[in-house]
Design a protein around this ligand. Sequence first.
Ligand code: PNW
Length: 452
Amino acid sequence: PDHRPTSGLPQLPPGFRFGTSTASYQIEGAATEDGKGPSIWDTFCSQPGRIQDGSSGAVACDHYHRYAEDIALMKQLGVGGYRLSVSWPRIQPNGSGPANAKGLAFYDRLIDELLANDIKPMVTLYHWDLPQALEDDGGWLNRATVDRFAEYAGILGEKLADRVEHWVPVNEPNVVMMMGYAIGMHAPGRELMFDAMPVAHHLLLAHGRATVALRAAGATSVGCANNHAPMWPASEDAADIGATKLFDALWNGMFSEPMLLGRYPVDLAPLFEGIVQDGDMATIRQPLDFYGVNYYNPFKIGAAGEEAEMPFEFRELLGYPVTDFGWPVVPDALREWLILLRARFRAALPPIYITESGCAYNMGPDENGVVDDQPRIDYLDAHLRAVATAVQRGVDVRGYYTWSLMDNFEWSEGFQQRFGLVHIDYETLKRTPKRSFAWFAEMVAAQTRSLG
Ligand code: PNW
């Protein structure tokens, strides 16, 4: 069956930026090449039982060697933007000191190749691959890591600020703190629960200090990429509503409020006593040029029992289709979140970019070599409509970067979950654009044509 026409998609504003999004450890491979040091993800993947299929990002999509082919695909896709991340241990193998020239040269080549193809880079400094040497000194629990990060940001800014359109210091600090340090599902695998609070504060300081360092080096657009999810209470019971409010503060408020308003959510302030030092909140609250939203799905939250470790728990969100990952597909919640974000922050909210939005459907090529991923087309169509509706209601959204350009290493899931517009055969590393790729290309062309 052919994919559905794109003609019904409402017109997005002039200059609206379409792009794809990836992250270094998930696609690059070349884990020990050209002087790269080990990251916490290299270490984590070497520990038995951490990654469901026993895999690692040691080779991944081999993008480190095949970046020109991947950029050619993006050119075919017709996107004007690409969000990528830099591997910190390629630049500073031990997390401090002078830059590793070969590592820096890779990103130099990558960015020149993008620009040669009329694709503007959005560069994330930290998408989770912390140099292992810094983790050995306490990682994000150690305030000194913030100083290291500011140095690293300065190195990248000096080298690349003349050519990078947008900068994102830290990808999804809430996921780093929760998955990496509170429950241990991600590297470095710590299970500190509420003792992970210093990690949140240090990631926020890292965001602020890197923003200053990038601007000092000439960066003109610095923002963020925060993961957000509308929180829906399991019932109208006061206990469920209270639990939902608490988790909303932890997931949605704990990073956005310090960044945009210079304070922690009121309910969380006591948790940061003894962690926040004089001047910190001003350091964190830098004026931002844009606010990046990574959106996947809403969460349904209920109160947990007396003996539970946490006062809230996740309930199954019934009544929606799910992706192959089991994540509910709720495009309306993206519109809801964009409208809520503006209501919460009003004048303090800069223009928004959707810095990630996408889904895992895991089908491969059929006997004709076609990857028919109609559910992804439906997903993207519905989520772009949700964005268009929010724009019609006055929310200033400037772009949509889909997760992801190609199938890649999906963290603790390994290679089992496929988020790409391009299929990767992990035996041969052959790239096969899926039907959704053709749909996305047509959609971008139609939107751009009518924009003139
Ligand atoms: C994001 N959650 O991760 C990351 O930025 C990507 O690297 C990743 O591949 C993508 O989304 C898909 O998972 C998330 O617990 C990890 O809600 C966890 C959550 C959300 C996003």
